[in-house]
Design a protein around this ligand. Structure first.
Ligand code: ZN
Length: 137
């Protein structure tokens, strides 16, 4: 084997390792999979998204509809929305929800729980221990 080539192979192998580790640890929200029917939209992978966010279905649903400015309902594993929506728009709304209600504002990890205290909501992070009030927008 050509030594030069061998070194290049080694180099590229090393370059790939941190990338792989980063990917397996990264928190990634599944992108919405939509089914459009007449004037309505179904998010068919709603359950998967909720499971990834690890939040209460009804809490997410309420905030999400409010932000989308429409009506809808949870139908089994799907989320039904009145109106036709583009994927990018809904993905963006989920991102906004995630930033506010899931990701720790200090360490940016999703290992959090929502705690309710009188009328205030707090996000408690299991990764870094921070507890911060959630500022609803
Ligand atoms: Zn944290």
């Amino acid at each position: 084997m050509d030594l030069n080539n061998y070194e290049k192979l080694l180099e590229s192998a090393y370059e790939r390792i941190p990338e792989n580790i980063k990917q397996s640890n990264r928190f990634e929200i599944p992108k919405v999979i939509l089914h459009l029917e007449s004037k309505n939209t179904y998010i068919t992978n709603f359950n998967k998204i909720i499971n990834t966010l690890n939040r209460d279905k009804k809490h997410f649903f309420r905030i999400f509809l409010q932000k989308a400015g429409t009506m809808g309902e949870i139908r089994g594993n799907q989320l039904f929305l009145k109106g036709r929506y583009k994927e990018q728009v809904l993905n963006r709304l989920i991102e906004i929800y995630t930033k506010t209600y899931v990701l720790c504002s200090v360490c940016n990890k999703p290992d959090t729980v929502i705690q309710r205290e009188s009328k205030k909501l707090f996000l408690k992070c299991a990764a870094c221990g921070v507890r911060e009030e959630i500022k609803e927008k």
